[in-house]
Design a protein around this ligand. Sequence first.
Ligand SMILES: Nc1ncnc2c1ncn2[C@@H]1O[C@H](COP(=O)(O)OP(=O)(O)OP(=O)(O)O)[C@@H](O)[C@H]1O
Ligand SMILES: [Mg+2]
Ligand SMILES: [Zn+2]
Length: 608
Amino acid sequence: MNPSRAHETLFHVFGYTGFRGPQEAIVEHVAAGGDALVLMPTGGGKSLCYQIPALLRPGVAIVVSPLIALMQDQVSALKEVGVAADFLNSTLSFDRAMEIERAMLAGALDLLYVAPERLVTPRFLDLLDHLNEAGQLALFAIDEAHCVSQWGHDFRPEYLQLSILQERYPQIPRIALTATADAQTRHEIAERLRLQDAREFVSSFDRPNIRYTIVPKDNPRAQLLAFIRDGHLGEAGIVYCSSRKKVDETAAWLIEKGIAALPYHAGMNTEERAANQDRFLREDGIVMVATVAFGMGIDKPDVRFVAHLDLPRSIEGYYQETGRAGRDGLPAEAWMAYSVADLVQQRRFIDQGEAGAEVKRVATAKLDALLGLCETTGCRRQRLLGYFDEAAEPCGNCDTCLHPPQVRDATESARKALSCVFRTGSRFGAGHIVDVLTGKATDKVKEWQHDQVSTFGIGTELDDKGWRTLIRQLVAHGALAVDHERYGALTLTESARPLLRGEAAFTMRLDVVAPKKGRNVGSARKAADWPEATGAEAELLGRLRAWRASTAKERNVPAYVIFHDATLRDIARTKPGSIEALGTISGVGDRKLEAYGEEIIGLIAEHA
Ligand SMILES: Nc1ncnc2c1ncn2[C@@H]1O[C@H](COP(=O)(O)OP(=O)(O)OP(=O)(O)O)[C@@H](O)[C@H]1O
Ligand SMILES: [Mg+2]
Ligand SMILES: [Zn+2]
């Protein structure tokens, strides 16, 4: 293959000046007929890895994609740059589906997106057989390939049947793509999709433009509001909650506080959900309050923050969900508030689930790893990447790097807390233990005569909050276990022994109240790359955005399908004076230049 054809397609069709990371190697490998397993972070640019080979190889590329919303977006974006793409799923009328099938058989399509359950129907396989015999199958792309993994929360049983592609069309190249990085998932994908011989392309999973912050839960709603008000007003974001009820309540509360929030969860009816998702994608500055049902494959590039009001189930989940922020590469924030109560709840979900003992053991280990990330005194990013076996230096763009937590020796206090748990019979939760330690003779304390135990009132060195923090860290350390079957009762574990015997020391991390941060999120380096537009430039940017909004509305597509923010910023900064100059800006391909070039040059000229 002539490698410059890939570059030409990248530049003329997609309007980009260079490939990112391993994209070029992947494109060449697949265009030449090779199989590939691609692991690249969210927003890393996986789509081009199959879209460009689809254009370079004869025939139609079949793209398996798990979500209808995702297909629609990708197809509108492709049509917008002049690529012959379409999708087949249950939303289409019979006639429309027939029309698309005919177009495909006639060789009029370069890409067809299809739901996995549709692909494996005898009818569709029959179509594929025809195409195959005519040499008109370009490739198979299996997007969001982690859906094949039973361990993940996106498991889709239909994905298991996709191994048929290898059996039936062994000579057609296949490329599987995912942003889930752990070795177990990777192994499962290779095995279940029969891609053991495929070349693996593993990118760095770092998302340097995302700033990570994890805070102990105090007053979560107020904390969330403060976080949004401090630098994210008017910006698009996602707030994850663990239950439908909490989603509804949180959204209503944010609206009351003047934030443009919308709820999204599986309990809402389909139309309502679709309408909210649509508004989130199309309007600027909507905050989506959602359960994890929301977000997979959402290619909204300008989500400026992802907030978690509850713990995800694992580091993989946390990474995927936070990865939805800042896909455009501009500074973004991942913020989470967590508590021991969250941990208890998650453990309860695991233990009460239907799964077998082995699955429960893995799930518990994953949750513990996440707790380790929450309680680390080191760099969050280093810890996060370390979990995916990737080495990294402290990043300078997470809460622990920016405000190193203070630590102090708390061996004596730890011993007091542990013995208080023991003296009160290992049957009470953190609240009661703190009352006893700090000498509060509440009704409950009196009822159990805990004002009589030797640990009553001995904890003068810390306040309530301090004790709660310490207990949380003892749980994270493993010295205390939380028994959710008995309403969160704390019990001692084996690792409490050396502490109680005075054979081990315990270092406590002090909760810091993070100082107010400035408007510019992102590390100094990132902020310098993306200075806030000011003066005339800001004014032009405003006009470009207004033009984009009305154009998007006219064409009935999300604004970012017209142009990304990053592209508008480049235009506002460089003010190209000619069509040729405009064409060199990243994100402006031939088709868009033709469709919008004159208008934009006009806007710039008017402004000058
Ligand atoms: N070489 C490139 N130059 C500039 N922009 C790019 C390049 N490759 C991809 N992009 C942009 O990056 C964004 C993310 O790409 P894409 O949707 O392919 O991500 P992804 O890896 O599929 O993420 P996810 O896992 O969330 O689906 C897109 O908006 C795309 O236009
Ligand atoms: Mg993708
Ligand atoms: Zn860091």
